[in-house]
Unconditional design. Structure first.
Lengths: 364, 171
């Protein structure tokens, strides 16, 4: 870097006879560079106006990129597998004991769950509940792309020809992975949970509090929520599952586990490791967007009282109509002129009346 | 030394002209690899190469070539198309302007300059992403700019080696 490059054909020594031509060329070059910059900005502006413009091109790149990445990920994946295999061999006995104990507990729980499931099904039938079903669209292999700052994406090996469409949720073995953003013919691009633009409606499994798992562009996610209880609080190890709000992600899919409850907002680690997703499922959006049709509003049901004291004249005693202060209702005190706070605010009482009658409404 | 460099034929010339763009292309592919990184942020090697080639081989890294490479970067990274196309081209223009006004090149000076360029580029990328409707936080961009600055000396050494071979093969 800090030495002059030797003279070459590519960068000929400047001669005076070519000075004018050179300066002309430089001017042209500057002009051309300006045009290129303006074109790039125009491209951005066009996409700002029409965001779908870039989606098809990005989908096509996903197609082209998919084989490259599947080749390139082989050694990376291999190293990762070797590392995890060594780790597993080192504590295989302890792991085996732990798993046996867990299996015993799980078997007891399975029997309980089966009973509850039958109960829930019966209840659903009883109240005529329509429970939307999750529908698998495609299974694919995913591999993360660690590219730009703040962007966390993966390429999956299923695309338009497999029925994959943008917006569809992508679920890995350990939990939610993200959602499809662009599709190509045989590959698709997935926005991972940790992407800075990712927002997943979740709830805390233990407390039922709802909130958003917000991607930060790093490895952890923020859990943004409204505090719903004064006595309980988020703890380390609390699991976040999808709440089903918004209708995109099916409810109950594991998303993340809280690793830092002290910070504000609490930080959570996604359960599906973004760099080792492996096989994933692409599902249809949980709830289809409603197709609205014109329909007459439901008629009132007079035989079913909703309030404890139904009023017949329609005028409520607490909010009198400002135009008729004299007929304010039966609940107003029957002394002096009727003065209501609404009147006083509207400036209807031009002369300030003296005496106790003017002050009494202020006590109401 | 590659064989093509010895031959004064047409093919060697074409290949040599494509070498700077090739390094940027390869480093973009490298950045897109699924590497298990701690923070998930790679140094922006491609940006460094664009700046370096614009400095030491300006004829082989014109603004339009940087624009095309940036377009490829945008497609590769899956962001809005045009962000890195604009920033790569702007980097070339910026480096040209700086080259025109400065003479001395010490490593420290170049390093500081590259760091400032990387910081500026990432801040602009963040701003442009915000303009395109993304709500990306600033921290990853700053982290990538810092990593890019740290990666400057090895990348510059690599570019200098390639440049030497280019110069030798041109003789």
């Amino acid at each position: 870097m800090n030495r002059m490059p030797p003279p070459s054909r590519l960068r000929p020594a400047r001669r005076t006879s070519f000075a004018r031509r050179d300066s002309n060329l430089a001017l042209l070059g500057a002009l051309f560079a300006g045009v290129v910059l303006a074109f790039a900005l125009l491209l951005l502006l066009l996409q700002r106006v029409n965001p779908d413009l870039g989606a098809r091109m990005r989908g096509a790149t996903a197609d082209a990129l998919s084989p490259v990445i599947s080749v390139a990920r082989a050694p990376v994946e291999g190293i990762r597998r070797i590392g995890s295999a060594i780790g597993e061999h080192r504590n295989v006995v302890a792991e085996n004991r732990r798993l046996k104990a867990e299996l015993n507990r799980a078997e007891a729980r399975v029997a309980q769950t089966a009973k509850l499931q039958a109960e829930v099904k019966r209840m659903d039938a009883l109240i005529g509940l329509r429970r939307p079903e999750r529908r698998l669209v495609a299974s694919a292999v995913a591999s993360a792309v660690s590219a730009g700052a703040g962007q966390r994406q993966a390429i999956i090996s299923a695309g338009l020809s497999d029925g994959v469409r943008p917006r569809m949720p992508v679920i890995a073995a350990e939990g939610l992975a993200g959602r499809v953003t662009d599709v190509g013919q045989a590959a698709a691009r997935v926005m991972l949970l940790t992407d800075a633009d990712s927002r997943v409606p979740v709830k805390v499994l233990r407390t039922g509090w709802t909130g958003l798992a917000v991607g930060t562009g790093g490895t952890l996610m923020d859990f943004q929520f409204d505090i719903a209880s004064g006595t309980d609080r988020i703890r380390v190890g609390d699991r976040l599952v999808t709440s089903g709000d918004g209708g995109l992600y099916p409810p109950g899919v594991p998303v993340a586990v809280i690793v830092d409850a002290g910070s504000n907002p609490p930080r959570a680690r996604p359960l599906a490791n973004p760099t080792g997703l492996g096989a994933v499922m692409v599902e249809a959006p949980w709830l289809a967007p409603p197709v609205l049709v014109a329909a007459a509003p439901a008629p009132g049901e007079p035989d079913r009282p909703v309030a404890p004291k139904p009023t017949t004249d329609g005028a409520t005693p607490t909010v009198p109509a400002p135009s008729t202060p004299a007929a304010a209702g039966p609940a107003a005190p029957p002394r002096g002129p009727q003065i209501t706070p609404a009147d006083a605010q509207a400036g209807r009482l031009a002369p300030p009346p003296a005496g106790p009658a003017a002050r009494t409404p202020a006590k109401l | 030394m590659a064989d093509f460099a010895r031959r004064p034929g047409e093919r060697g010339e074409t290949v040599r002209r494509l070498v700077p763009a090739g390094t940027v292309f390869l480093s973009l592919l490298l950045m897109a690899l699924p590497l298990p990184l701690a923070w998930g942020v790679m140094p922006h090697v491609a940006l460094l190469f664009v700046a370096l080639w614009a400095s030491i081989q300006p004829r082989l890294m014109p603004a339009w070539a940087a624009f095309l490479l940036g377009l490829f970067a945008d497609l590769l990274f899956g962001g809005p198309i045009g962000i890195w196309a604009f920033l790569f081209a702007a980097t070339v223009v910026g480096v040209r302007l700086i080259e025109a006004s400065t003479e001395r090149h010490t490593l420290l000076f170049d390093w500081v300059l590259a760091g400032l360029l990387a910081l500026l580029a990432h801040l602009l990328a963040w701003q442009l992403l915000g303009f395109m409707g993304s709500s990306a936080p600033l921290t990853p961009f700053l982290a990538q700019a810092a990593l890019t600055t740290l990666a400057y000396p090895p990348v510059a050494a690599l570019a200098a080696r390639i440049q030497l071979r280019l110069a030798v093969s041109a003789d």
